[in-house]
Write a protein of this length. Structure first.
Length: 191
């Protein structure tokens, strides 16, 4: 009988010892929540914003909708410079006080034209009363293409704004065309 009691005491002490071990899978609820909280704190969190500076110019020879009408570069903070293009999807409007538009933009690698970010956007150009004074534009959209190194931005919102400069073009026969867009420097942000 003494032997049985001694065996039960040894087994009980072993169970208590293993139950208090940090490596035991059967940890208490508070220990598990502490471990989960520690893992969450160390997990990589996406950046709050991805920002860039756009340097764009208008392609007067673009055939809409097949060719991009705005082309240029974007320098993305922390990632370098990429090419950027905008395909115009809505009918062009005459120079007026406010011109809404729809586009599809692509940011692509300079070396192989791999699209790394892209998506639809809608916006408005608020035009000046005295052409060809510079005018402001704003647009918002959503990222529907995101490749390395920007995969984490898929499905996020994109915001772009800037200033369009305008020009009048004099043809060889003396005809003046314009105002027509010339450049559109601006800012780019994904959140």
């Amino acid at each position: 009988m003494k032997r049985s009691i001694l065996m039960f005491l040894v087994i009980g002490a072993t169970i208590i010892f293993l139950g208090c071990s940090e490596d035991n899978l059967l940890t208490s609820g508070s220990d598990q929540s502490d471990q989960v909280a520690t893992r969450l704190k160390s997990a990589k969190k996406p950046s709050a914003n991805l920002t860039g500076t756009m340097d764009l110019y208008f392609d007067l020879l673009a055939e809409v909708p097949d060719d991009p009408v705005w082309v240029g570069t974007i320098t993305i903070e922390g990632y370098g410079t990429y090419n950027m293009r905008f395909y115009h999807l809505s009918p062009f409007r005459d120079y007026s006080q406010a011109s809404p538009f729809e586009e599809y933009f692509e940011i692509y690698d300079l070396s192989d034209e791999t699209v790394v970010l892209g998506g639809p956007d809608v916006g408005v150009t608020v035009l000046a009363n005295k052409p060809p004074d510079p005018t402001k534009y704003v647009m918002n959209g959503e990222i529907d293409v995101a490749a390395d190194p920007f995969e984490e931005w898929l499905g996020r919102n994109v915001h772009m704004s800037g200033v369009i400069t305008w020009q009048f073009i004099t043809l060889p026969d003396g005809t003046v065309i314009g105002p027509v867009p010339e450049t559109a420097p601006g800012t780019f942000r994904i959140n």
